[in-house]
Design a protein around this ligand. Structure first.
Ligand SMILES: Cc1ncc(COP(=O)(O)O)c(C=O)c1O
Length: 421
């Protein structure tokens, strides 16, 4: 039996309707932007393996850092113990994060980085004697992850609806006016405002202006609540700056990081907080402790790869590559404007196909059949993409060369111009 057949007998895949989904791609190795399959195909990873990969697959320097760390220390628990990779990574992150973020709390992935921020916000106010500040203000179309808190903060959608008995209520707003109205009326009950700065990812690749992010910071200051920036997707260069908050020149009270943190090698989450938040947990009263942790907190292998990735940002023109890619994406998507609403930021280009096209005259949103049909058509051409319903997007590793990107853009254009049904 080949790998896909064996898989289909025993494995249950994420976000996959196992009855109708095509057999999974059997990937045997990967290098740069290319994935190689058991049956001899070479496929361009056009979504950076769910947005995590930044320097390319199987990067020699990251491989070496991982192997060296494995020889030294693979893991040790992080309550009562520490190690060089975790300390050094925290030091380096604090150096490059927006000024004012002073403490790094490690967890395992993007969802846990968000859960930690939500829990820290609630307990921060509780520790300060304001336990009524416990609601969260979030944005429509948000996506913050799949654990219960992260789901609650996300848009009420097909992703979360089956779990409505588990999630807690939040206040979802559309924009600044909406947010201000709520904060004016109910600000004393708000623990934090949570946003994906500049780019809402899974909610449909929606780009927001820097003024919006700056406006949210202003409102949080005015109504004295916390601002949490979920930079799980946008962190580490994806929008053309190291962190998306830099577009607006703001510092959030907490920032959530994962995905590009380890350049797509290993799961690791970070929630970084200001000294003011950290200080609110310092007490002789042990009940004010932050009681949260995961077995693999601050895994040394993951931290070592994250450090090697930061070395690449320091030593090579990584951010310049993202800006070069951004120019190429703009030029490549421009001729497709007639087909949909185009959005480009940093290394991300998206086209929300117009609903009057027969292509999308189907269910709206994520369940739109254009998604799987287009994915299959892209794959036939050797390009791995996973449209979000009728939102087609291209988000390759930053190391993609000009000729690889131009080949991928040609495949996207050709596919979108071919009638699908
Ligand atoms: C903005 C944002 N937050 C959180 C998450 C959840 O991250 P993870 O899938 O690692 O749990 C994602 C994942 O796509 C994301 O895009």
């Amino acid at each position: 039996m080949n790998l896909s057949d064996r898989d289909q007998a025993v494995v249950w895949h994420p976000y996959t309707q196992m009855l109708t989904a095509p057999a999974p791609l059997p990937i045997t190795r990967a290098e740069g932007v290319w994935l190689y399959t058991e049956d001899g195909r070479r496929i361009l990873d056009g979504i950076s393996s769910w947005w995590v990969n930044i320097h390319g697959h199987s990067h020699p320097k990251l491989n070496a850092a991982l192997a060296a760390q494995a020889r030294e220390l693979e893991h040790v628990m992080f309550a009562g113990c520490t190690h060089r990779p975790a300390v050094e990574l925290a030091e380096r992150l604090i150096e490059i994060l927006p000024k004012g973020l002073a403490r790094v709390f490690y967890s395992d992935n993007g969802s846990t980085a968000v859960e930690v921020a939500l829990k820290l916000a609630v307990q921060y106010w509780r520790n300060l004697g304001q336990p009524n500040r416990k609601t969260f203000v979030t944005l429509h179309n948000a996506y913050h992850g799949d654990t219960v808190g992260a789901m609650s903060a996300s848009e009420d959608s097909v992703f979360t609806r089956a779990f409505s008995t588990l999630t807690f209520p939040v206040e979802r707003v559309h924009g600044l006016d909406d947010m201000e109205r709520y904060l004016r009326d109910a600000g004393d009950f708000v623990a934090a405002v949570l946003i994906e700065p500049m780019l809402q990812g899974a909610g449909g690749m929606i780009v927001r202006p820097a003024e919006f992010v700056a406006g949210v910071r202003r409102l949080c200051d005015q109504y004295r609540t916390l601002l949490i920036a979920d930079e799980v997707l946008t962190g580490f260069g994806r929008t053309g700056k190291m962190f998306a908050c830099e577009h607006a020149g703001i510092t959030p009270d907490m920032i959530c990081l994962s995905k590009g943190l380890t350049a797509g090698y290993l799961p690791l989450g970070v929630t970084a907080a200001t000294a003011a938040i950290y200080d609110a947990f310092l007490s002789d009263d042990r009940s004010k402790t932050f009681f949260h942790g995961h077995s693999y907190t601050a895994n040394p292998l993951a931290c070592a790869v994250a450090l090697a990735s930061l070395d690449l940002f320091r030593d090579e023109a990584v951010l310049a590559n993202v800006l070069r890619l951004e120019r190429q994406l703009r030029a490549g998507f421009e001729p497709l404007r007639a087909l949909g609403d185009m959005r480009v930021i940093g290394g991300v280009a998206a086209l929300e196909l117009f609903s009057d096209r027969s292509l999308t005259s189907d269910k709206p949103g994520y369940l739109n059949q254009a998604g799987p049909r287009l994915a299959a058509a892209f794959l036939e051409r050797g390009l791995l993409l996973r449209p979000l319903g009728n939102v087609v997007y291209f988000m390759p590793p930053y190391c993609i060369t000009e000729s690889e990107a131009s080949w991928a853009l040609e495949q996207i254009a050709a596919t979108l111009r071919t009638p699908l049904w």
